[in-house]
Design a protein around this ligand. Structure first.
Ligand code: HH2
Length: 282
């Protein structure tokens, strides 16, 4: 991974160690932290806290995409996220917007956001247009179906090949529209239209997705598959399972992990990375 760079607007993120993306949900209903940071001031405070704990990127979202979640009107989503993003940018942090709506992405790109993280994988043509008209980094995530129904009965021939081929196609689509290759990152979308076995297979064979040559982003934090593995229905009690998943993902080629618990994850990754590098190289 040495010398690789992910171009994200005014930032060039060096991928010589795993990067940590901290989650700030400005929502009343996110599956883990819904309601905790639904007002802009507490969201801003959370963003600062995650940066102080070692987050390389702060990912701000205004719509829950948990299975069965109701869609949010883009105007409402902009009202939730843009003030928080603008304030975090003023503090010179690297900021990402988690949205699948072109109007939201465009408003945040105008505000100078560094990354557009689209859980719908830029399948909306309007999203591709926004991507082509700005210089933000892009996270292309695979989602099987729509949040309302995606967990009903997900079926794949070979989940890893299907997800990899989809992500590669979407990346080509972006490049066809004029997006530079080094702005694009790919994400297999753990928990988005996948069974436990699908999630495990995607993580186990993550190297096949990393082999496409784009940085790979992975979000496993506190998700249901961790609860299933641990027989732990309470999302508040999945911290250590989540840290384990982040370490396993980076060992298999994830360049970026998207997490709620930044300090704990950074601590684990620092040690795992030092072992790989043979020195304290964070
Ligand atoms: N997972 C969630 C949201 N956004 N983005 C990427 N790139 N990868 C992910 O795995 C991913 C994501 C779901 O987590 P969270 O934001 O905490 O929950 P909710 O969608 O309920 O707000």
């Amino acid at each position: 991974m040495a010398d690789r760079i992910w171009r994200c607007g005014t930032r060039a993120l060096l991928l010589d160690r795993p990067l940590v993306m901290g989650v700030v949900n400005v929502t009343p209903d996110s599956f883990y932290d819904g309601g905790e940071t639904a007002d802009p001031l507490s969201a801003l405070a959370r963003g600062r806290e995650l940066a102080a704990a070692g987050a390389d990127i702060i990912d701000v979202g205004g719509e829950s995409t948990r299975p069965g979640a109701a869609p949010v009107d883009p105007a409402e989503e902009i009202a939730r996220v843009r003030p928080v993003i603008s304030a975090l940018l003023l503090e010179d942090l690297c900021v990402s917007v988690d949205t699948r709506h072109a109007r939201v992405a465009s408003a945040c790109a105008d505000a100078g956001v560094h990354i557009i993280n689209d859980v719908a994988g830029f399948r909306d043509r309007a999203m591709v247009k926004v991507a082509a008209s700005c210089d933000a980094g892009l996270v292309v995530m695979h989602m099987g179906g729509e949040p309302a129904t995606m967990q009903d009965a997900p079926v794949y021939d070979d989940v890893v090949a299907d997800v990899r081929d989809y992500l590669e196609r979407q990346a080509f689509r972006l490049r066809d529209a004029g997006v530079a290759r080094d702005r694009i990152a790919l994400d297999p979308g753990i928990g988005f239209g996948k069974t436990l076995e699908h999630n495990l297979e995607l993580l186990r064979r993550l190297g096949e997705i990393a082999a496409l040559g784009y940085p790979v982003v992975v979000g496993t934090s506190r998700k249901r598959f961790i609860g299933t593995l641990l027989d732990e229905p309470d999302v508040r009690r999945r911290l250590w399972g989540s840290v384990g998943a982040a370490v396993a993902a980076t060992a298999r080629g994830a360049a970026v992990v998207r997490v709620h618990d930044v300090g704990e994850t950074v601590q684990a990754l620092k040690v795992a990375h030092a072992i790989d590098a043979g020195e304290a190289a964070w």
